[in-house]
Design a binder for this molecule. Structure first.
Ligand code: HEM
Length: 283
């Protein structure tokens, strides 16, 4: 019999007494158990830790001959890799190759205009602003590690828009795609942290990947290679992203498989909503 590390999490009704052993024999491995309100912690020799955030970590004994649970693409590397896998499948193939300079794909054929780019920047600012305000003002434990990641973009975008204004351009008001996305974020922020965190991941990582690639092309084609603040970060971007990945993986460790799947399912909404903003760049 072997004892192995855990990745499964399990929500059980506070009213029911937990029968560790029967659960363990179903799943084997170590199990994280979250519960909604204080209950008598199950007195069982398998309980390793009962902490303030109402999580019990249990070492379970693997049952001989038990089939391993279904694993999800990316799962062994952590939950962020799972979301990444889902969102990458939503990208048309050419887009990713283009990002790696392997093809002259979709974005290269777009005829950028300052007018379209300004709409894109204004709506992006509204979305980042909403995302960042929610995280900063929320008292939800799930968002605690997402404050001050160094990836915040609102102020930088504000400086860029100021620069365009100084150049004599009129800054448009936010349009429907930005307003709709922002409203969606507000709607889910308090009641659905798994969905909200999906957007948090996609917006931050999407901007640092495809977003930067698009920014470079816009800059070359219509801004005389001017590098905007939107694409500048204090410190190493790779490090900031790595830190955020770790925080997101940590948050997701407390989720049930159903909650993780719910987060993954939100990816499609995130991609669609942000895509509507990216579309301002096509003309
Ligand atoms: C024209 C539109 C887009 C282009 C050209 C594009 C391009 C790219 C490229 C080149 C990568 C890097 C792939 C790699 O390193 O293997 C990437 C990654 C990614 N994209 Fe997009 N993308 C676009 C739209 C979107 C949208 C609408 C979203 C969702 C909000 C999104 C979210 C992401 C995410 C989350 C990643 C993973 C980043 C990482 O793990 O570092 N992308 N995209």
């Amino acid at each position: 019999m072997a004892t192995s590390r855990l990745n499964a999490s399990f929500l059980f009704p506070a009213s029911r007494r937990l029968d560790c052993e029967s659960y363990v024999s179903l799943r084997a491995k170590t199990v994280t158990i979250r519960y909604a309100r204080t209950i008598a912690a199950p007195r069982h020799h398998l309980v390793r830790r009962a902490n303030e955030d109402r999580t019990l970590v249990v070492n379970a004994v693997a049952v001989a001959g038990e089939k391993p649970e279904r694993s999800y693409p990316g799962e062994p590397k952590g939950f962020v890799e799972e979301i990444r896998f889902v969102v990458m499948k939503m990208h048309p193939r050419g887009q990713v190759k283009e990002g790696k300079n392997e093809s002259n794909g979709l974005v290269s054929s777009w005829n950028f205009t300052i007018e379209g780019y300004l709409k894109f920047l204004v709506d992006s600012k509204l979305v980042f602003e909403t995302l960042e305000r929610i995280i900063n003002e929320s008292t939800l434990q799930a968002y605690a590690g997402l404050k001050n990641t160094g990836l915040e973009r609102t102020e930088n975008l504000g400086r860029d828009l100021e620069w365009f204004k100084e150049q004599g351009y009129e800054i448009p008001e936010p349009m429907a795609p930005g307003k709709i996305y922002s409203q969606h974020l507000k709607n889910i922020a308090e009641k659905d942290p798994q969905a909200f965190i999906c957007h948090f991941y996609n917006i931050n990582f999407g901007h640092s990947a495809g977003g930067r690639m698009i920014g470079t092309k816009v800059s070359e084609k219509i801004l005389d290679n001017k590098e905007l603040e939107f694409y500048k970060w204090d410190g190493q971007l790779s490090e900031l992203l790595q830190n955020l990945s770790e925080e997101l993986n940590k948050a997701a460790e407390l989720w049930t498989r159903e909650e993780k799947n719910h987060c993954l399912a939100e990816t499609e909404i995130s991609f669609k909503f942000y895509w509507e903003i990216v579309r301002f760049l096509m003309s």
